[in-house]
Ligand binder design. Structure first.
Ligand SMILES: NC(=O)c1ccc[n+]([C@@H]2O[C@H](COP(=O)([O-])OP(=O)(O)OC[C@H]3O[C@@H](n4cnc5c(N)ncnc54)[C@H](O)[C@@H]3O)[C@@H](O)[C@H]2O)c1
Ligand SMILES: O=C(O)C(=O)C[C@@H](O)[C@H](O)[C@H](O)COP(=O)(O)O
Ligand SMILES: [Zn+2]
Length: 378
């Protein structure tokens, strides 16, 4: 029998009884005491995919034992393609075929794809049922399982159909990361590094020292890093649940990155890979604005040396920092013109104010974006 260990707990403070905790520890999945508060005597549907199911479904089923009033499992395909209408339909069909009621609970067991898809199913099934996040990738443990953004993609834009729907709890079990492939670990590190770039030069320093330990999946380093990221995200979500303001900072690198994901065909560039290049492009955009003597809403103090630091950290995390060969500035602008942050046809970007502080720039001309892309492509 495995012994569970709760290491940390981060609270997400929200109005209207929507607050919840992120529990971080080892072997939480197989310990019924972490599942009982949400699953005891409930109608439960687990949404997962064949890869995650192969490694971790039995552990979760062991933890659940006989506690649920009803228990079924839906496995969608293992792909970013799962964030589309046919797979959402697969979940609704299973819920309906098994007569799930409004008091049901959906468990998302998987990475960000499963979390976003199952979360959106929970937001919409019978106008909304509870859902529990059990994130199994680093990316999902530090970012996508927290904050209630749920969505599917449209071929014309990423996460375009969705809802804000908060989970009832997030269970982060560090043990599951043992089976995570290295490329996926690196994709998660992109979002980890993002928090440093947005919020904290101290956290950047920490990552510069500890990156190799993270790439080696050292459990203590992962535990500290995941806790810090959850704290960064919980704080900003508590301040601005529905992205009316400060939450937009979490989109650093995403306007460029989402364009790459959509243009390459979802899944060909992993989300973390696309935002890695996107963060470099955000840095180049700040430099271009400084070059233009642009009047930004905050003081800009970002140098070519800072950009080199950004690129170096991402490269050390084994992430791409180049623009795909088949993309030019027109391709980028086509997708960026539809970004969710935009205001009245004005492209809004999250940029670097300095290393460790991001800001929202509401006044970026498309010729600036063209210049950045053309220059970087060389
Ligand atoms: N809602 C949000 O706030 C938010 C935040 C960031 C990203 N996202 C979304 O998250 C998605 C990316 O998530 P992701 O990077 O977790 O990708 P993912 O969900 O596709 O998972 C990555 C791969 O790892 C596999 N996998 C998952 N857990 C595993 C484990 N423990 N062991 C072995 N294999 C495992 C999956 O089957 C998949 O093949 C994107 O769609 C992105 O838009 C959402
Ligand atoms: O939680 C947020 O807010 C984020 O922006 C986190 C991002 O890492 C994430 O990729 C999110 O899904 C992007 O949201 P979108 O609104 O740009 O689709
Ligand atoms: Zn992201």
């Amino acid at each position: 029998m495995t012994i569970s260990r709760l290491l940390d707990q981060v609270h997400v403070d929200l109005p209207d009884n929507k607050s919840y905790d992120i529990l971080i520890g080892s072997n939480l999945l197989s310990d019924s005491k972490y599942l009982e508060p949400y699953c005891q005597d409930r109608e439960v549907l687990i949404v997962t995919n064949p890869t995650v199911a192969k490694y971790h479904l039995q552990t979760l089923l062991l933890g659940l034992g006989q506690m649920c009033a009803k228990l079924n499992v839906v496995e969608v395909i293992d792909s970013e393609e799962a964030k589309t209408a046919p797979y959402l339909e697969q979940i609704y069909t299973s819920l309906l075929e098994h007569n799930y009621s409004r008091r049901s609970l959906i468990i998302a067991l998987g990475g960000g794809v499963i979390g976003d898809l199952a979360g959106y199913a929970a937001a919409t099934y019978q106008r909304g049922v509870d859902f529990l996040q059990i994130p199994t990738t680093l990316l999902a443990q530090v970012d996508s399982s927290i904050g209630g953004k749920t969505a599917i993609n449209h071929k014309l834009g990423k996460n375009m159909i969705g809802a804000f729907h908060q989970p009832v709890n997030v269970l982060v079990d560090l043990e599951v990361l043992k089976t995570l492939p290295n490329r996926e670990l690196s994709a998660g590190l992109a979002e980890v590094i993002k928090y440093g770039f947005i919020f904290s030069s101290e956290f950047i320093d920490y990552l510069e020292v500890n990156l190799d330990r993270l790439l080696d999946k050292d459990l203590n380093t992962l535990a500290y890093t995941i806790r810090r990221c959850c704290e960064f995200k919980a704080k900003v979500v508590a301040e601005d649940e529905k992205e009316a303001g400060v939450r937009a900072l979490l989109n650093l690198g995403h306007t460029y990155g989402h364009a790459i994901e959509a243009h390459q065909g979802y899944g060909n560039w992993l989300h973390g890979e696309a935002i890695s290049t996107g963060m470099v492009l955000a840095g180049l955009t700040t430099l271009e604005l400084i070059n233009q003597n642009h009047q930004a809403p905050v003081e800009l103090n970002f140098t070519h040396g800072d950009l080199e630091k950004v690129k170096m950290l991402l490269k050390r995390a084994k992430l791409p920092i180049h623009i795909p060969d088949n993309m030019n500035s027109e391709h980028f602008l086509k997708y960026m013109a539809r970004d969710k942050k935009n205001l009245a046809n004005q492209i809004v970007l999250v940029l670097f104010a300095h290393l460790g502080k991001a800001y929202v720039e509401k006044n970026v001309a498309s010729h600036t974006i063209t210049k950045v892309i053309d220059k970087y492509k060389g």
